[in-house]
Design a binder for this molecule. Structure first.
Ligand code: PEP
Ligand code: MG
Length: 561
């Protein structure tokens, strides 16, 4: 194939050169033959395929649990459930009654459920990927087509695929795979999130043109620019090779004039911890514990949570691990928790609101596990509460912590009360920041939500993406006010939203006064390098100028300069 560059969405700021291995090009079943089929035979074929799929899924579940972790393996439980879904089952039965061969019946039976999930927001939309995964597996088994084994790829493979589903990505061995590129998918697709947690170069959503790329072609996959270069020049290859040599700083860093800045990473799963260490993070700045509750039939009990939290603390014996209590609702529903059907879930029962109301038992169990882990784990635990909007909510949460400590005392169970903090994610929390900060050890700014609520621009809504910019003056001033309120009330202040991981903004954030920044693991090396080049007086002047700006455009121009 001639030299050219395809573009999509970069998923990870990493680049690599490698050789194309096609995983699957969308297998178009074509129209069914005119010849009539015997419904009974087709139903039996479907049953056989379902049995074979079940056996495959169980084997893959086991392999993933061993190689990646029990949490990641959980996705296969969801697939096994879909396999037995009564709606799918009756859809297949009625399609074969209407003379469709089993593989076409499967395609038809999955179409509606996939469409329904696809139209939902955030993580629910990812369920559409899970359903496609199950559908494609059944069709493959029914048509007897072969597929590359993702667990056994040649060294330096760049995997190209229509899409990579959760069970696909869990099979990839990051030590052998150079990167991947997909026809569909966006920055928040499973595949992109996975690429970031493993620091794997990846470009998603390239579109139809990707299908023309030939097997064995040499390509550069550049997750920073979102480019896939076919038949790259020597210079482009060298650039990619140089970009893949990341300068990881494992020690804590300070600015050029000696101010220490803690640079930590965000995680959602125990299996990400090793990757986080490998990128040189000082600790965990945001442990999104809701991931421990997803893709399963019932919540993890106290002991299972205790294990997860102590594992994190033992991974950072000299560091700090900030665990956020359960943040569900909004775009993070959990099927077994009977969440209300709300017109606007982002403005409904989310985060701390549920912990203090419908989920008090879960909250107490989580706090018991956390207080026990605080006493037993190697590193320093900190706990923070999500989506706090009022001082009363914080007071109630702190009271619950005290009650749990008293209970553990009475039971003679070893425990300790960790550092406690509040996430600043709502404009109301910004206005209440002095009173909030006076009650806790730290504040942590969640810019993903703070930006959506300040700008009234929903996460995941592409139509208002331009407004969802944390360098808008209103958001920046809210952030500055939070930092000031924290320091005036003897609390330290961090940031754990996506903004913290942009090395182009590090000087601005240090200038605003942040003590800690937490981000996707893959951006830790670049942010650490940025910190070391900063002079705090220059950074403060830069921040003051940005706070004076009237428009986002002015701020961006300043940043470019
Ligand atoms: C945030 O809102 O910025 C945040 C870090 O929390 P999450 O992205 O998990 O909502
Ligand atoms: Mg949030």
């Amino acid at each position: 194939m001639s030299r050219r560059t395809l573009t999509g969405t970069g998923a990870t700021p990493r680049a690599a050169v490698g050789t194309v291995v096609w995983y699957d090009r969308d297998s178009d079943l074509g129209d069914p033959d005119e010849t009539s089929v015997d419904p009974q035979t087709e139903l039996e074929r479907f049953e056989d395929a379902r049995e074979a799929a079940r056996a495959e899924l169980e084997a893959e579940r086991e392999r993933t649990a061993e190689r990646v972790g029990e949490q990641e393996a959980g996705v296969f439980d969801a697939h096994l459930q879909f396999l037995d879904d009564p709606q799918i089952e009756s859809g297949v039965a009625s399609a074969v009654e209407n003379d469709l061969p089993a593989e076409h019946a499967v395609k038809r039976a999955f179409a509606d459920p996939i469409e329904q999930f696809q139209d939902m927001d955030g993580r629910m939309a990812e369920r559409a990927d899970d359903l496609r995964d199950v559908r494609d597996r059944l069709i493959r088994l029914l048509t007897g087509s072969e597929r590359v084994d993702l667990g056994d790829l040649p060294e330096g493979a760049v995997v190209l695929a229509e899409r990579l589903t959760p069970s696909d990505t869990a099979q990839l061995d990051p030590d052998r795979v150079a990167g991947f590129a997909t026809v569909t998918g966006g920055r928040t697709s499973h595949a992109a999130i996975f690429a970031r947690s493993l620091a794997l170069p990846a470009v998603v959503g390239i579109g139809d043109e990707l299908r023309e790329v030939e097997e064995d072609a040499t390509v550069v996959v550049d997750g920073e620019t979102g480019e896939l270069c076919l038949d790259p020049t020597d210079e482009r290859r060298e650039e990619a090779a140089a970009a893949s040599e990341v300068d990881v700083r494992t020690d804590p860093v300070s600015t050029a004039d000696g101010r220490s800045i803690e640079v930590a990473a965000n995680v959602g799963q125990p299996a990400e911890l090793d990757g986080v260490r490998a990128q040189g993070a000082d600790g965990i700045g945001l442990y999104r514990t809701e991931f421990l509750f997803l893709d399963r039939q019932s919540p993890p009990d106290e002991d299972e949570q205790y294990e997860a939290y102590t594992t994190a603390l033992d991974t950072f014996p000299d560091g700090r691990v900030i665990v956020r209590t359960l943040d569900i609702g909004g775009d993070k529903p959990i099927p077994y928790l009977d969440l209300p059907d709300e017109e606007n879930p982002f403005l409904g029962e989310r985060g701390i609101r549920r912990s203090l109301d419908s989920d008090t038992e879960l909250f107490e169990t989580q706090l018991r596990a956390l207080l026990r882990a605080a006493a037993d784990g190697d590193g320093d635990l900190a706990v923070m509460f999500p989506l706090v909007a009022t001082v009363d909510e914080l007071d109630a949460a702190l009271e619950t912590v005290n009650a749990v400590a008293t209970q553990l005392d009475a039971e003679n169970v070893a425990h300790a009360v960790p550092e406690l903090g509040v996430m600043i994610e709502t404009p109301s929390a910004v206005f209440a920041a002095p009173e909030l900060a006076a009650r806790v050890d730290f504040l942590s700014v969640g810019t993903n939500d703070l930006t959506q609520y300040t700008m009234a621009a929903a996460r995941g809504n592409e139509n208002v993406e331009a407004l969802r910019d944390p360098t808008q003056p209103a958001v920046l001033r809210a952030i500055a006010r939070t930092v000031e309120a924290a320091h005036e009330n003897d609390a330290w202040v961090g940031m754990c939203g996506e903004m913290a991981g942009d090395p182009d903004l590090t000087e601005l954030l240090v200038g605003l006064g942040f003590d800690e920044l937490s981000m996707s693991a893959v951006t830790v090396p670049d942010v650490k390098a940025a910190v070391q080049s900063i002079h705090t007086d220059e950074a403060s002047a830069h921040a003051a100028r940005a706070l004076d700006a009237a428009t986002g455009e002015q701020i961006r121009t300043q940043l470019d300069e």
